[in-house]
Structure formats: structure tokens, C-alpha cells
Design a protein around this ligand. Sequence first.
Ligand code: PLP
Length: 459
Amino acid sequence: MTRTTDATGSTDGTARTNASARAADRAHVFHSWSAQAQTDPLPVAGASGAYFWDHEGNRYLDFSSQLVYTNIGHQHPRVVAAIQEQAGQLCTVAPSFAVDVRSEAARLIAEHTPGDLDRIFFTTGGAEAVEHAVRMARLHTGRHKVLSAYRSYHGATSTAMHLTGDPRRWPSDTGAAGVVHFWGPYAYRSSFHATDEQQECERALRHLEETIVGEGPGTIAAVLLESVVGTAGVLVPPDGYLAGVRALCDRYGIVFVLDEVMAGFGRTGRWFAADHWGVVPDLLTFAKGVNSGYVPLGGVAIGEKIAATFADRPYPGGLTYSGHPLACAAAVATIETMRAERVVEHAADLGARVLGPGLRDLAARHRSVGEVRGLGAFWALELVADRTTREPLVPYAATGEAAAPMGRVAAACKARGLWPFVHMNRIHVAPPCNLTEAEAKEGLAILDEALEVADAETR
Ligand code: PLP
């Protein structure tokens, strides 16, 4: 077959139109989280940096980093070259062998993880990392319960799905044994009738301790938390909260697991979000930004205490592709690139100087914005129907017609060339961490126009 290149530069054997690419997709691809007869995926022909485009020349500025993972943007030449080089040398080898690229990826990750978290168990994604962290905690403590927050997402495998707090759990909830949910801090919609962040912090910690005591501390293996809650709202914990959870875990002999799958690797302007508060968990899960998702990779960073448990006792778990050489090559090149290009520092500066002020300015001018919150390259605009009552622009867990107002806001962004991350009544702003100031301003200007649509939905 002659390879042809279409107007947008894609090569796939035939010159594609969006319609033909869509038809090919709909013929056999079964999509996640979707009603198959209704899903209508945008065909993507290519991508570079913070942009991707379809087959007909429509280009989008990606304010979602796909699913919040292309932290260094698309097609970074250094990472592409590293994958190609590794493919030429050794595509794959089983986890039981020692291979330099895997050792180097683990060493580089351990250089950035907090405290003594310097043993790396590799997985192929975030959910598996959570599964294994929970298994390690259960085996280490000999206890079975795991506490996690209602406002959380931890992945779509069985244990991770049950630990997830938000409505994505509901259809798959068969009440996994030992999973207990609690409320974390969220000052804007306090579950504790708190009037400020400090009160929210104290009351959320008291609630967690009461939950621990009520469940029986001797039955609890782990508390699992996202350092900064991601898809369930970009909820930045108040100062003192994570340190307070650390203290509770120490008091009751519970393993503290921080899920940094979304918040890690520069997203919040630090290598790991926990670094903002100097908190060191016993286990830390990561994925996504570790190699910007160029090849699937995740893992668990393990502290000394739990590593010691498995020094002479076999760890009963593994994955065929644990520490896959191509994924590890991508991680090595990504971390080296992030260091060389000071991507983490850039994300912190972008958040402090451009995204934060820019989003707060939008909030000041649009009555649909109830709250702006975030850090680094990780923000949320929470949209409301009424600023006084804080009624969400669409109801919690709304679907179909009830969710349509947010669909119209998203459509307004896309029509203007911005790809947003929309979840429930929020627009999350999670662009690549190396977004330029000019690109950030381009995106903010489009959001400004799209929020007119949201304003029209308010009372
Ligand atoms: N944990 C968090 C905090 C996440 O945001 C996600 C995915 O978005 C996961 C776990 C699951 O990761 P994966 O989809 O790679 O299994």
C-alpha cells in the first residue's frame, strides 16, 4: 500500500478525513467509560508540545494534558529518541532480570521521591500501583481494612475502584471487604460546617480519627489519600492536614499511602505534591507524569519499613510487564528532560505568576465561577448556578440533559481551539507543565469567552 500524507501531516496508509477515521474507530474499538452507540471520539492525527490536531487541520491547545499526564507535552524529541534507541537495543525482558534502563529509572525516581521512599516496584499504570500498595500494606500490618476519601479517584481495577470515593465507583460497587470511606477537607463545601481552612483541617482530622476509632484501629492496614485530590476536584489540602494524617497513622500503626498518580512529577510545581508540606508517606503511588504517558508506566515507591518486611519474605505479586524497558527508557529521558529544562520550577512559576492570577481574574469577571483553586499547572474552576448559595452549575453526578450546561461550556472551548478537562461542575486546568506563558494566555482568553456561556446558565 502506498503511504500518503494528508493535509495535516498524518500517515496511516490512506489519506484520512475525520469521518473515515471515526468510522474506522467505531467499527471495532470499545471505548472506556462510554455508551458505545453514543460515543463520538475526536480523531487525532498528530500532536506536538501543548497542541494536538485532527485530520482536517483543526488544532487544539490541550489544557487537559490528555488525562493529566503529558507533563512535558507531546512528542518531546529527547523522549521519542530514547524510546527509539531502547527499541533498537532491547525491546523487552522479563521483570526477574536486571536491566540497566530499569535500574536507572528507579534510581532517578528515588532521587525525587520524599524521605526514604527509594525502592521502586514498577507497574503499568496507576490503578495497579494502588492495588499493590494496598497489598503491601495489608501484608505488612496483617490487617485488612483500608480507609480512603469520598472525594477521590484511585483507578478502575477492582480494589482501586472500590477505594475510589466518587460516583465512578457506584456501578462497580460490590462492597469490597475492608474498604471504608471518610470525608476529606474541602473548605468551599465543608462537610464539617467549618468557616475557615484551619477549622476545616482540625475538624477533618477529628472526623478521620473518629472513623479510625469507630472501625477499630487494629483492623486498619492503610489510609490512602491523594496528596492533592485530582479528578474529584483539584482539592488542595489545608496546611497541616497531611501532617495530621501522618500523625494519626503513626499513633495507630497504620500505613500511610499517598496517591501521587495525578499530582506527582511536577504537576503541582514540586516533584511530588507532598513536598509542599514536607510529609513523607510509607508508600507513594505514581504513574502518568513519570514518563508523560509515552509508554504505560506506574509504580509504588516503598519506604524502608515496608521494604524490610519483604527482605526475606517473598512479595507475593508481580506483573509480566513490570519495569518494561521501553517505558523505563521513556521515564529516564523524561526525568532528565524535566531536570535539564527545569520543568518543575517552570510549573511553579506559571501557576504563581500566570495561571493563578489569570484564573482569579476570570473569577472576578464571571458570575458562574464559584471558586478557583490549585497549584502549579493544576487548577479547577468550580462553576455555580448561584454564587450566594453555591449551588453547582450542574447537580452532583448529573448525566444526560442535567449535565448539558457543562457540555455547552466545553463545546464553547473546543469551538475556539481549546481542549478542556471538564468533570461534573468544574473545568480543570491541567496543561503540560512546560506550557509557555503565551500558550497559557491563549488558553485563558478562550476560557474567558467560554465562561460567557456558563454565565448565561446562572440564575
Ligand atoms: N490514582 C489517581 C489519583 C488517578 O488520578 C488515576 C487516574 O486518573 C489513577 C490512580 C488510576 O491510574 P490509571 O488510569 O493509570 O490506572
